[in-house]
Ligand binder design. Structure first.
Ligand code: URP
Ligand code: ZN
Ligand code: ZN
Length: 474
C-alpha cells in the first residue's frame, strides 16, 4: 500500500478554501481532515502552499498532422509540459480522415498515445466525413467512453463540414447523451476573404486576423446554437474569442438552451497587435487573437458563466523548423511557422499554451481580482470534469477521487521562457511574462510527476480514461 500525506496545506476547490491535510492511498484521495495520522506515509509539508485538484484541459492537439506539418508536442512532451503547468488530465481530438471510420481514428490516436502518455487523457472524435455507417458508429463511441464529438464550420476543403452534416450529428449525439462541440467560424466567407487578400498582395500575419473577422465567428456561433435548438441537443462552442460569439452563447443560454463554451488562455492576453510584430506568425491561430475590447468581454464571460472552461487549444509548432531544438538532450526538427514565410495563409495554425494556462490565469485573473482562486479551480478543473463526464473521479479534491493533486507556491516568481519551458517548441508566446504562482509538486493518481524542477514522469504510465455520457450542463 502506497501512502502520501500532504500536511498543512490550504486546500482549494471550486466551492471552498480551507486548511487541511490530505491523505493519498494507492492513487486515490483517502481522507481530508485535520491532523491526519502520518503512519506509514511519505509526508509532504505544504505549509504556505495551495493544494488544488489537477488541471483538466479539454482542448489539445498533440501530434496532429496539420498545416503541412505536425504539431510538435507528442503525448510524452505535451504531457510533461502539461504537468509542469499543473494540468494532469486532457482530452485530445482523434481526427477522422476522409473515408475513415471513427473507430479507426481512435485506434490511430491510441497508437500515438499509449506508449508515451504520462498524465491521464481521453479523446473527443473529430467528424470530418459523415455517411450512414459513420452516423451509426456515433452511439457506440458513447458506450465506449467517448461521449463527445467535434465538428468544424471552418477550414474549407479540409476539416469543414456543411450545415446538413452538422445538423445530423447534433441529432444523433443528442439522442445518445453525447455532447457536440463546434469550431464556429464561417469557413465559406473566410475562404473568399483569404483569396481576395492574397490576390491584393496582403500577405503578412495580421491578414490572418483581418480575413477571419469577428462577424465570421459571431455568425457561425449563432448558427450553431440555432441548429442545436432545432435538434434539441446540447452544444459546446470551442475557443471563443470575441464579444460577438459570447453574445450568441449568452442569448442561447438566456433562452434556456443547453449551450456552453470555453475560451483559451491566450485570448485574454494577445491581440492583432501581436500579429503585426515581425514575429507575428507565433500568434497565428484560429479563430485569431482579436482586440482589447474582446479581451474585456472574455473576462466578463468567464465571470458571468457564459463560458464555463478555460482551455488552451494547445497546437504548437516551431517558429523556425529548419533548425534543431534540443529536447531532453536529443535534437528535434519539425517544420513549423516558417512554412508561411511571405504568405499568412500557409502559416500552420496554432499556439503552444498547455504549460502556461493555469499559471497565467492565476497571474492575470486571480492576482488582479478578475476571478477568485475558487473560480480558477472551477474553470480549469471542476467544470470540465462535470461537462465531459469525469466528475467526481477527476476535477476536485474529494475522498474517493483520483489523487490528481497539485501543490502551488503563490510566491514562485517564475518567468516563462522557451529556454526553460517543457513544451517542445522553440518559442513561448508568454516569453518574459511573470508567473507569481507555479506548481511545485504535481501528483497524478498519487504518483509524483513533478518535484520542483525535477521530472519523474514515466512514459506509458498515463491512462486513457473512459468518460460517462450525459455530462452535466452548467
Ligand atoms: O489554430 C488552431 N486553433 N489550430 C488547431 C485547430 C483548431 O482549429 O482547433
Ligand atoms: Zn478549432
Ligand atoms: Zn483546436
Amino acid at each position: 500500500m502506497k501512502k502520501t500525506l500532504i500536511k498543512n496545506g490550504t486546500l482549494v476547490t471550486a466551492a471552498d478554501t480551507f486548511q487541511a491535510d490530505l491523505l493519498i492511498v494507492d492513487g486515490r484521495i483517502a481522507a481530508i481532515g485535520s491532523a491526519l495520522p502520518a503512519e506509514g506515509a511519505d509526508t509532504v509539508d505544504a505549509a504556505g502552499l495551495y493544494v488544488l485538484p489537477g488541471g483538466i484541459d479539454v482542448h489539445t492537439h498533440l501530434a496532429l498532422p496539420f498545416g503541412g506539418t505536425v504539431s510538435s508536442d507528442d503525448f510524452y512532451t505535451g504531457h510533461k509540459a502539461a504537468a509542469f503547468g499543473g494540468t494532469t488530465f486532457h482530452i485530445d481530438f482523434a481526427m477522422q480522415v476522409k473515408g475513415e471510420s471513427l473507430h479507426s481514428a481512435v485506434e490511430r490516436w491510441n497508437a500515438k498515445a499509449s506508449d508515451k502518455a504520462v498524465i491521464d487523457y481521453g479523446y473527443h472524435v473529430g467528424v470530418t466525413d459523415l455517411n450512414e455507417a459513420v452516423l451509426a458508429e456515433i452511439p457506440t463511441l458513447a458506450t465506449e467512453g467517448i461521449p463527445s464529438l467535434k465538428l468544424f464550420l471552418a477550414y474549407k476543403n479540409n476539416l469543414q463540414v456543411d450545415d446538413a452534416t452538422f445538423f445530423k450529428v447534433l441529432l444523433q449525439a443528442g439522442d445518445n447523451g453525447m455532447l457536440t462541440m463546434v469550431h464556429a467560424e464561417n469557413g465559406d466567407v473566410i475562404d473568399i476573404l483569404v483569396k481576395d487578400a492574397l490576390a491584393k498582395g496582403r500577405l503578412t500575419p495580421e491578414w490572418h486576423a483581418l480575413t477571419r473577422p469577428d462577424w465570421a465567428e459571431g455568425e457561425a456561433t449563432h448558427r450553431a446554437a440555432a441548429m442545436a435548438a432545432m435538434a434539441g441537443a446540447p452544444l459546446y462552442v470551442v475557443h471563443v474569442t470575441c464579444a460577438k460569439a459570447v453574445d450568441a452563447i449568452a442569448a442561447a443560454r438566456a433562452a434556456g438552451q443547453p449551450v456552453m463554451g470555453e475560451t483559451c488562455v491566450q485570448y485574454f492576453h494577445f491581440s492583432i497587435d501581436n500579429l503585426r510584430q515581425p514575429d507575428g506568425a507565433k500568434w497565428v491561430c484560429s479563430p485569431p487573437v482579436r482586440t482589447a475590447a474582446d479581451q474585456v468581454a472574455l473576462w466578463q464571460a468567464v465571470r458571468a458563466n457564459h463560458l464555463q472552461h478555460v482551455s488552451t487549444d494547445h497546437c504548437p509548432f516551431f517558429m523556425d523548423g529548419t533548425k534543431d531544438l534540443i529536447y531532453e538532450g536529443q535534437p528535434v526538427r519539425i517544420a513549423g511557422k516558417e512554412l508561411g514565410a511571405g504568405d499568412f495563409s500557409k502559416v500552420p495554425n496554432g499556439v503552444p499554451a498547455i504549460e502556461n494556462r493555469m499559471p497565467m490565469l492565476w497571474a492575470t485573473g486571480v492576482n488582479t481580482g478578475k476571478i477568485s482562486l475558487n473560480r480558477l479551480v472551477e474553470l480549469c478543473c471542476t467544470n470540465p470534469a462535470r461537462i465531459f463526464g469525469l466528475y467526481p473521479q477527476k476535477g476536485t479534491l474529494a475522498v474517493g477521487a483520483d489523487a490528481d493533486v497539485v501543490l502551488w507556491d503563490p510566491k514562485a516568481n517564475h518567468v516563462f521562457s522557451a529556454a526553460t519551458h517543457h513544451m517542445r517548441t522553440d518559442y513561448d508566446i508568454y516569453e518574459g511574462w511573470a508567473a507569481p504562482a507555479m506548481p511545485v509538486k504535481v501528483f497524478r493518481r498519487g504518483e509524483l510527476l513533478v518535484d520542483g524542477a525535477e521530472w519523474h514522469g514515466r512514459p506509458g504510465s498515463g491512462r486513457w480514461t473512459p468518460r460517462k455520457a450525459h455530462g452535466e450542463v452548467l
